[in-house]
Write a protein that binds this ligand. Structure first.
Ligand code: NAI
Ligand code: OAA
Length: 252
């Protein structure tokens, strides 16, 4: 059974721990001691608030479900320790210099940075953009105002621009846009809306190229402890982990 170290003991960490049938969570790490201890108790792991001590444990992969800041701080050390890393806060990779360094380190040490599909569907075949670049790549995300910790009386557009700028303003809400761009090979255009009339986190993907045109809409149920994060994101990590050692690989 694959042994993992969990970086981040919040909402996604708790969902992963609750469904950890095909993985063994050996150690958990969070800056908030109570969160690390609570999660460790749930999955019979050891709790850490010190990163270096956490890294002394015996696991082969780190699953990050913490923050863009955590990826910037710890991802390189994880790779250099000879482990793969699963990055959910993929917004950290919008910084080209940071991304290129991390990819270089991963190459040097022969380890992988794995980006789950997270809260959207379709990253697999959007990779065709790496062969045939799309003329259009737009993500329109609409969330209930509470997901962004704000109030709004009507449907309102709060950002329009490029993914790498949007993630700087909304690092907890638009990681999906950066993942989309990494898959398709170009920065995605983003519209971010809040709508008091909806209860789900909606992501609409529009792409056009010589392959034709694509429209994908996901209407995600917010996760129980953090409405900004769709429940699908945690399921996506669990699925990635479940399939890591599967000889049959489905999807591009
Ligand atoms: N790629 C995608 O599709 C998606 C990405 N996300 C991202 O996944 C991450 C986790 O989401 P949730 O579990 O809902 O967030 P959360 O806020 O419920 O939990 C995050 C946990 O990580 C801890 N943490 C944050 N920074 C840390 C650091 N530097 N060192 C150690 N611990 C740290 C926090 O104390 C907290 O306990 C967030 O960054 C979120 O934006 C969420 C949904 C979709
Ligand atoms: O969970 C979602 O719907 C999207 C999200 O928060 C993110 O990409 O950061």
């Amino acid at each position: 059974m694959i042994k993992i170290g969990l970086l981040g003991c919040g909402n996604v960490g708790r969902i992963i721990a609750a469904h950890a049938e095909s993985i063994q969570i050996v150690a958990v790490f969070d800056i908030i001691p109570g969160r690390a201890e609570e999660l460790a108790a749930l999955c019979h792991a050891r709790a850490y608030t010190d990163f270096d001590a956490f890294m002394q444990e015996d696991f082969s992969i780190v699953v990050e479900a913490a923050s863009v800041d955590a990826v910037r701080r710890y991802a390189e050390a994880v790779l250099r320790s000879g482990r793969d890393i699963v990055v959910l806060s993929v917004g950290a990779l919008a910084d080209v210099e940071f991304r290129e360094r991390l990819i270089e380190v991963a190459g040097e040490v022969g380890k992988k940075i794995r980006i789950p599909s997270g809260a959207i569907i379709g990253l697999d075949n959007l990779k065709i953009g790496q062969i045939s670049p799309p003329e259009k790549l737009l993500l329109r995300t609409t969330k209930p105002p509470a997901s962004l910790g704000m109030a709004a009386g009507t449907r309102t557009e709060i950002f329009k621009g490029l993914a790498h700028d949007c993630i700087k303003l909304y690092p907890k809400n638009i990681n999906v846009a950066v993942a989309l761009g990494l898959a398709a090979g170009r920065d995605a255009d983003v519209e971010l809306w809040v709508d008091p009339g909806i209860e789900r986190n909606i992501h609409e993907i529009f792409a056009e190229g010589d392959f034709g045109d694509i429209y994908v809409r996901v209407r995600n149920v917010p996760s129980p402890d953090n409405p900004a994060t769709s429940y699908m994101a945690a399921l996506s990590i669990l699925t990635l982990l479940k399939n890591l050692e599967n000889p049959l690989v489905v999807g591009t």
